[in-house]
Design a protein around this ligand. Structure first.
Ligand SMILES: C[S@@+](CC[C@H](N)C(=O)[O-])C[C@H]1O[C@@H](n2cnc3c(N)ncnc32)[C@H](O)[C@@H]1O
Length: 361
């Protein structure tokens, strides 16, 4: 099977990572997702939703669709911090994994908020006026994997096969020994390179006209389709996605595959997505040039600054400065908020993630 089919099964199949109850854990900057860090990210997004609601002429209903809603944490926090737009707000969580969707709805319903909330498995069908949001969804959508050879493009397939314990199968996966990991099981699979179909090869040529033999590139067609479908939903409004990635695919080819195709198992980074399928989260830096055109790309740090994160944290900063020598309980809470802000805007971590916005109408 092709790598994207393998990834689909390893994450979302009957024994897939997310279906078994896996959760995104350690990410780019050694932290959980921006959403799971605390409520500061959601406060910034809630402020954005209010501004968009005003820009759109205060539509009623104002529909917010969140793709890849996970356990409903962002939704819960947005309901808590929503401003004036809450009067018109209808929130739709889209989560493909049944178990997470049920958990999400339970978590949100427990709040008893006065906003209609639904949870569905795929993007809704009817056009809407509002905002489609997604945090760290696109990096989790299965992608195809191509490798440049001396004669053309080949595509990575995987098949069941014997593995030697402790040996990552290719230097592409980072080359670090995983001998301290649980032993590979008979479930392990191995890589096979086959000539890429003409359409995939043509796409890779456009994205990477000067690829050197050995260079690898992801084809993120599912991410592109998801964005296209989300845009088609919007009669008027915005699509806002946050994710780690790079503006151009060429930047990925210049780095080793282990750097942009990442695997997380038991809360830590490992190097071989083919080992013990279903036991690990598999993610890829998003190549934003593979998504539909028309986006404004801003670093997450700059987006949060524009969304007012400094104003939101300045009382905490003042309190901490005043009492850091002998911090009170309140000052320690303030410090927690400042740590969150530091993590969200860290230029070597989440601050270097991207906020991509498309406008419709
Ligand atoms: C990395 S998690 C991010 C969860 C949450 N947004 C956060 O920031 O913590 C990605 C989530 O997207 C879900 N997902 C993957 N593909 C999806 C799709 N096509 N539609 C809806 N949800 C999807 C996964 O099941 C998972 O819960």
């Amino acid at each position: 099977m092709r790598f994207d089919e393998y990834m689909e099964d390893a994450l979302y199949g009957a024994s897939g990572f997310y279906v078994r109850g896996g959760r995104p854990a350690v990410r780019g900057g050694d932290f959980a997702t921006a959403v799971e860090l605390g409520s500061l990210f959601a406060r910034c997004v809630a402020g954005y939703l209010d501004r968009v609601w005003h820009e759109l002429g205060r539509p009623d209903p104002f529909v917010v669709v969140e793709g890849g809603a996970g356990r409903g944490t962002l939704c819960s926090q947005i309901l808590r911090y929503a401003g004036e737009c809450r009067l018109s707000l209808h929130y739709v969580m889209v989560e493909r994994v049944d178990r997470q969707r049920t958990e999400a709805l339970e978590q949100v319903e427990a709040l008893g908020a006065d906003v209609p909330v639904t949870a569905i498995a795929d993007l809704p069908a009817d056009p809407l006026v509002g905002v489609v949001l997604a945090n760290e969804l696109l990096d989790n959508l299965p992608f195809r994997l191509l490798e440049r050879s001396t004669t053309g493009w080949q595509e990575v397939h995987v098949e069941r096969g014997e593995r030697s314990v402790g040996a990552p199968q290719a230097a592409q996966y980072g080359g670090t020994s995983e001998a301290d990991e649980p032993q590979a099981t008979s479930e392990s699979v191995v890589e096979v390179l086959l000539d890429a179909p003409a359409d995939a090869a043509a796409m890779a040529d456009v994205l990477m006209p000067h690829a050197e033999p050995g260079a690898r590139v992801p084809l993120q067609l599912k991410a592109a389709v998801w964005v296209r479908r989300a845009l088609r939903l919007l009669e008027r409004g915005r699509l806002l996605v946050f994710d780690y990635g790079v503006p151009t695919t060429a930047e990925l080819a210049a780095r080793s595959q282990g750097d942009w195709l990442r695997t997380y198992r038991s809360q830590r980074r490992v190097h071989d997505p083919l080992r013990d399928p279903g036991s690990a989260d598999i993610t890829c830096d998003v190549a934003f040039d593979q998504l539909p055109p028309g986006t404004t790309l801003t670093s997450q740090a700059d987006w949060l600054a524009a969304a007012g994160i400094d104003d939101m944290t300045s009382p905490a900063r003042n309190l901490w400065q005043r009492s850091r020598a002998k911090p009170s309980a309140k000052a320690l809470v303030a410090r927690t908020l400042l740590d969150q802000a530091d993590a969200l805007t860290d230029p070597n971590g989440m601050g270097a993630f991207w906020a991509a916005e498309w406008r419709a109408g």
